[in-house]
Design a protein around this ligand. Structure first.
Ligand SMILES: [Zn+2]
Ligand SMILES: [Zn+2]
Length: 176
């Protein structure tokens, strides 16, 4: 689980800082959410500052570092640079235990004290910061739909016969 609960009592007015730089935290989350992701050259880290407010906490943080993911077209391992600042307000839960949007609350009350799930919060920011389709290069040619060869390494010799690749894709769909 990416869950990591931190106590919110006795927060100083200038806030308290939490950091998520333990590779084990990220490894575990990638495995759990089945994301083909691994640590890049610049290790991934997040800092999170939690500031007390009357009705919740104000959160500001930054996610930086690099991860390796397969290119969406050719599956080559691709390094992705992340630098994502984030800010969020997290309200204290109401009696029903949900927040205003009905989302799973990131703050819970335990033994009369509030706790924040900082782990899941940082994980959500990581997912938001990822590119929708990671690409090794904007001009990546991808894999041949017929033989699976990496077309970045040159033409594979398949006879395309002038067939529209979109039609070819449809043909493959029908076969399967
Ligand atoms: Zn690629
Ligand atoms: Zn081919």
């Amino acid at each position: 689980m990416a869950e990591q609960w931190v106590p919110l009592r006795d927060l100083p007015a200038e806030g308290r800082e939490f950091s998520f730089s333990d590779p084990a935290f990220w490894d575990q989350a990638w495995r759990e959410y089945r994301l083909h992701c691994s640590m890049g050259k610049e290790p991934l880290a997040a800092v999170l500052r939690v500031l007390p407010q009357d009705d919740g906490v104000y959160l500001e943080g930054r996610l930086t570092g690099t991860v390796i993911m397969p290119c969406d077209r050719c599956a080559r391992p691709t390094e992705i640079v992340l630098d994502a600042p984030f800010q969020e307000f997290e309200p204290y839960p109401d009696d029903e235990g949900t927040d205003e949007d009905g989302d799973e609350p990131r703050i819970r009350e335990k033994h009369g004290r509030f706790e924040l799930d900082a782990g899941t919060l940082v994980w959500e920011q990581f997912v938001l910061a990822l590119p929708f389709k990671p690409l090794c290069s904007e001009t990546c040619k991808g894999l041949c739909p017929t033989c699976g060869a990496d077309l970045n390494e040159g033409p594979c010799g398949c006879d395309e016969g002038g067939l529209d690749p979109r039609l070819a894709a449809l043909r493959t769909l029908k076969l399967s």
